[in-house]
Design a protein around this ligand. Structure first.
Ligand code: ADP
Ligand code: MG
Length: 546
């Protein structure tokens, strides 16, 4: 029924240059299905991982749909359109990428038999559009309002199945705390959540700080470790005497002029510190270098300083503390200084980091991720990032749906009913759309080693027989039984589902409307000899589709 497409799709440079009508449609559908087939084994919490090896042997192991599709080199134009769906889904929601692609593939697969029996593609696309609109209506209707408990379930669902060392419960609390902290005007702005990774400890040592943390220690051991009521100068310029750009030679003939030269340098450096002091700064964060002598003077003045900050850190500090990044020390004024209640150097693991807390803009938080290896921390970071996005969507919209195939089965049933009310040939397309939705519970079951046919039957029975809660029944991947997913805590934001349906339908319809594929010869003007072998990049990806 849903087995992977048997037609191998070879994407070569030479071969057909033009295909029309059904041939074009079937080529495009085959290519799109090939993309969906490539990632469907990763769908769901029991999905497998893919190992991607590039030409120089670097390896990425992931089960994230969009990461996989970003890494593989897709050439066929229709296949590229499907890859775009994953990217859109990722940009809009940060989750549901595999779902969107698998659904797009299945919508196209279901359309094949309709095309075969001479249903015109326009009829199919119209039917799909009607079905998608109805599906979104039904999704909204079966969605559930969020509260703190449900938000926790959303975070857990997003983290379960990710390699976070079984710490999903612990991390989900941090995810929620961070998302709440940056919730502003109904929007969760995850740009305001900064992540710092420090190797060592265990995943459970990960924590959140209200403020900004930078991976730098103070410049001088005699600088204060802690500054209260910090007034912070943010510099994008070095506190050093400029080295000459060209190899200029300064010849000094007598010791007196040497001393004068050094004294002048010293005076310049001292003046920088005095300038900073004079505007009232007691903390200096510089993106560039800071001379040893400047460090010494700053320490003497009781100023806390760090150098060579990342540009992104400096920008985050500017935002959080309300300061301005200054490119010329001479122009620094009191108004440019950022403010924070506390700037403090603290030890994390074996190293020191600087914590800026009590910032004038409280909507800035940092998460310090700990873990045994870089690899572990990267995984935790990716998982937390996705979870923050998803929790953010649920907080913004206040609406979630049950997961584990529950909404797809409910939609399949409701759309079949709807199809007969529409009638005509569109009815066939709406039925095909309903059927296509079953691919989601089908695949998550299959990937968990559960009989997919049994799953679909159990789910449909539950949805029809269990009364008003029937619509929340999804497939329990441990037992293979249909279970109320609101009770089982498998919950996803409504927007992940509506977006997946919208973009999958859009791309399927776009592909179905193509009835002629012609290799365009963009490179022609550069090929005055008219040698077809020099067709150039314009021919890429369209020839040899089968
Ligand atoms: P996507 O890239 O589409 O987000 P995932 O691999 O994250 O792909 O799988 C998402 C699917 O897995 C959704 O249909 C979701 O409801 C389902 N799912 C998530 N957690 C569970 C669970 N614990 N049990 C069953 N299904 C789950
Ligand atoms: Mg997911």
């Amino acid at each position: 029924m849903y087995g992977s497409g048997n037609q191998p799709i070879i994407v070569l440079k030479e071969g057909t240059e033009r295909s029309k009508d059904k041939e074009a449609q079937f080529n495009n559908i085959a290519a799109a299905k090939a993309v969906a087939d490539a990632i469907r084994s990763t769908l769901g919490p029991k999905g497998m991982d893919k190992m991607l090896v590039d030409t120089i042997g670097d390896v990425v192991i992931t089960n994230d749909g969009v990461t996989i599709l970003n890494e593989i080199d897709v050439q066929h134009p229709a296949a590229k359109m499907v890859v775009e769906v994953a990217k859109t889904q990722d940009a809009e929601c940060g989750d549901g990428t595999t779902t969107a692609v698998v659904l797009a593939g299945e919508l196209l697969k279901q359309s094949e038999s309709l095309i075969d029996s001479n249903v015109h593609p326009t009829v199919i696309t119209n039917g799909y559009k009607l079905a998608a609109t109805k599906a979104i209506e039904v999704l909204k209707e079966i969605s559930v309002k969020t509260d703190d408990k449900i938000i926790k379930k959303v975070a857990m669902t997003a983290l379960t199945g990710k390699s976070v060392g079984g710490e999903d419960d612990y991390l989900s609390d941090i995810v929620i705390k961070a998302a709440k902290a940056v919730l502003d005007d109904g929007k969760v702005n995850d740009d305001n959540i900064k992540v710092q990774k420090k190797v060592g400890g265990v995943i459970k040592d990960t924590y959140m700080v209200e403020g900004i943390v930078i991976d730098k220690e103070r410049l001088h051991s005699r600088m204060p470790k802690k500054i209260e009521n910090a007034k912070i100068a943010l510099l994008a310029t070095p506190m050093e005497v400029k080295k000459t750009e060209v190899d200029a030679q300064i010849s000094i003939r007598d010791p007196a002029s040497m001393a004068a030269f050094l004294a002048e340098e010293e005076a310049t450096l001292k003046a920088m510190v005095e300038k900073v002091k004079s505007v009232g700064a007691n903390v200096v964060f510089s993106q560039k270098g800071v001379d040893d002598l400047v460090q010494h003077y700053m320490a003497k003045q009781g100023i806390f300083g760090c150098r060579r900050l990342k540009e992104s850190d400096l920008e985050a500090l500017a935002k959080a503390t309300g300061g301005n990044i200054v490119g010329n020390i001479a122009e620094l004024t009191e108004n440019d200084l950022g403010k924070a209640k506390l700037v403090e150097e603290k030890t994390v693991g074996a190293e020191d980091m600087t914590f800026i807390t009590g910032c004038s803009n409280p909507k800035a938080v940092s998460i310090i991720i700990r873990g045994g290896t870089e690899h572990v921390m990267d995984e935790v970071e990716r998982a937390m990032h996705d979870a923050i996005r998803v929790v953010g969507l649920a907080m913004e919209d206040g609406k979630v749906v049950a997961g584990a195939g529950a909404p797809e089965i409910e939609l399949a049933l409701r759309l079949s009913e709807y199809a007969s009310s529409v009638g005509g040939r569109e009815q066939l397309a709406i039925e095909a759309f309903a059927k296509a939705l079953e691919i989601i519970p089908w695949t998550i079951s299959e990937n968990a080693g559960i009989d997919s046919i049994d799953s679909i039957i159990k789910l449909k029975t539950a949805h029809e027989k269990k009364g008003k809660d029937g619509k929340y029944y999804g497939i329990d991947l441990e037992t293979g039984e249909a279970v109320d997913m609101l009770k089982k805590n498998v919950v996803e934001p409504l927007r992940v589902k509506t977006q997946a349906i919208t973009s999958a339908t859009e791309v399927a319809n776009m592909i179905l409307r193509i009835d002629d594929v012609i290799a365009s010869r963009r490179a022609a003007p550069m090929n005055p000899m008219g040698d077809p072998r020099m067709g150039g990049p314009g021919m890429d990806g369209i020839g040899g589709m089968m």
